[in-house]
Write a protein that binds this ligand. Structure first.
Ligand code: SF4
Length: 295
């Protein structure tokens, strides 16, 4: 076994994957809603240490999936990541999928040729936090980037033939910015060439982050008012009704933060999903109890 540097996070879909920490923490680590890596100072581990971890796990010869942690392994130099990917292929002959988180900034920084190379060497899926398509809201939460830039980065990954699993945070703009948040986020997704998987989370703040989170809104002359479950469902409803992607998207809201777990393929299942939301809006007993939720 290897001694992971804690806390360690991975997407729910990587529950059965081998996890290799290529970096520690997040190279950005400034988003006001996120406390995942607040206790870690970002660093890139040495190839020697990474290879040692791979060696320790290499007796799992049937390994098909590897997730590269922590927050954004894509912040590493391309040549460095290629060394890691090659070594993984060598040690796990049945490897089919390598994935990692990718921040909007990572995808923008990589050239198309670099992403192509990474894909050729095995990086086939990136997890990407869209959070919102609304540039003002992204400024308020200190993850400032324009919609056009996110589309550019995401389309580069698609062009490299990587799959994209993206997340959106319901309630991120509170009640006051709900409409802008949803309209711009749907627009972003509709304009992308292909988001393969899309999930929604519901905003939940760690108590250590709350004050700083609210203050950023106030500094922009806005007031943050938490969305109720009903508001979140209305956002979900608006969001899904506005989604008309260029290619089918596998949609999920099964993250533990969600009041209403949903799954389907968009746009095919749009009406069904909207019907389920309407039912939940009329009957709150269909919602996941609060004690079973976590962000
Ligand atoms: S949301 Fe992503 S980019 Fe922002 S601090 Fe958290 S891990 Fe880093």
């Amino acid at each position: 076994m290897i001694a992971y540097n804690q806390p360690l996070y991975r997407p729910p879909a990587e529950a059965n994957s081998i996890i290799i920490q290529v970096t520690l923490g997040c190279s950005f680590n400034k988003c006001s809603f996120c406390s995942m890596y607040e206790t870690k100072k970002f660093q890139i581990r040495t190839l020697e240490d990474i290879f040692l971890d791979i060696d320790k796990l290499s007796n799992y010869k049937d390994t098909r999936r590897v997730f590269l942690a922590d927050g954004d392994a894509l912040a590493c130099e391309t040549s460095f990541l290629i060394e890691v990917l090659k070594y993984l292929k060598l040690k796990f002959p049945k490897l089919q999928r390598v994935s990692s988180y990718a921040s909007p900034f990572n995808l923008l920084e990589k050239k198309q040729e670099e992403l192509n190379l990474l894909r050729e060497c095995g990086l086939s899926l990136v997890y990407y936090g869209i959070e919102s398509g609304n540039a003002d809201l992204l400024k308020y939460v200190n993850k400032s980037i324009k919609l056009e830039k996110m589309i550019l980065g995401l389309n580069k990954a698609t062009k490299a033939k990587m799959k994209i699993s993206a997340t959106v945070i319901l309630g991120l703009g509170g009640k006051n910015l709900s409409n802008e948040h949803i309209i711009q986020t749907a627009k972003l997704i509709n304009e992308c060439e292909h988001i393969n998987y899309l999930s929604t989370l519901q905003l939940g703040l760690n108590s250590t982050k709350e004050d700083a989170f609210f203050k950023r809104f106030e500094s922009k002359n806005s007031q943050f008012i938490f969305c109720s479950d009903k508001d979140m469902l209305e956002e979900q409803k608006n969001f899904i009704s506005l989604l008309n992607p260029k290619k089918p998207i596998i949609f999920r809201s099964n993250h533990a933060s969600n009041a209403l777990p949903l799954k389907g393929t968009l746009p095919k299942d749009k009406n069904l999903l909207l019907e389920l939301i309407n039912m939940a809006l009329e009957n709150e007993t269909l919602l996941r109890p609060h004690f079973l939720r976590a962000f």
